[in-house]
Design a protein around this ligand. Structure first.
Ligand code: PRP
Length: 172
């Protein structure tokens, strides 16, 4: 397996993330939001995005996984780590690398909503709408991408490629 081509360069990613950071900074200026990163794919997006948020905020993380080692979702989402912050009455922004079938974020948002936050919004770097199986849309989207298996910038294939600084398409 190798990279076939670069879909989004490091510069394209960082430019768009600065824009998203500015949008969130305007909308959450007075709200001290809790940014919740979905482990593990969102790590790079989470750190770069939150560095662009220019007001007080909190961090937390939730773990969810459904893909195992392959390119196809198992369809079963497992909670691997819960948040530690009391979310009741808080403004929550879930930060995720990719909205693909939507099964992961459907599960994660249902889980977090049961904690009664004041608001809950979804911010995803990549949206792949062609593959959607769950009824869910993101509030903030970095890029809408075609139905290709992408890796890099946190996204893996068999746990590798997460440390590429760009988003690439794997050779079939
Ligand atoms: C990937 C990705 C998202 C999810 C999106 O996670 O990071 O969390 O799949 O896919 P979906 O919309 O089809 O549910 P994965 O389960 O591979 O775990 P990881 O984040 O640890 O890589």
């Amino acid at each position: 397996m190798e990279i076939d081509r670069i879909l989004l360069t490091q510069e394209q990613l960082q430019t768009r993330i600065r824009e998203l950071g500015a949008i969130l900074s305007a909308e959450y200026a007075e709200k001290t939001p809790v940014f919740i990163g979905v482990l593990r794919g969102a790590v790079h997006f989470f750190t770069d995005l939150t560095l662009q948020f220019s007001h007080p905020c909190q961090y937390d993380f939730i773990g969810a996984a459904s893909y195992g080692d392959g390119t196809q979702t198992s369809g079963r989402v497992q909670l691997t780590k819960d948040v530690m912050t009391e979310l009741k009455g808080r403004h929550v922004v879930v930060v995720e690398d990719i909205l693909d079938t939507g099964l992961t974020l459907r599960f994660v948002t249902d889980w977090l909503k049961s904690k009664q936050p004041a608001s809950l919004k979804l911010c995803v770097l990549l949206d792949k709408p062609e593959r959607r199986r769950a009824d869910i849309t993101a509030d903030y989207i970095g890029f809408t991408i075609p139905n290709e298996f992408v890796v890099g910038y946190g996204l893996d294939y068999q746990e590798l490629y997460r440390n590429l600084p760009y988003i690439g398409v794997l050779k079939p």
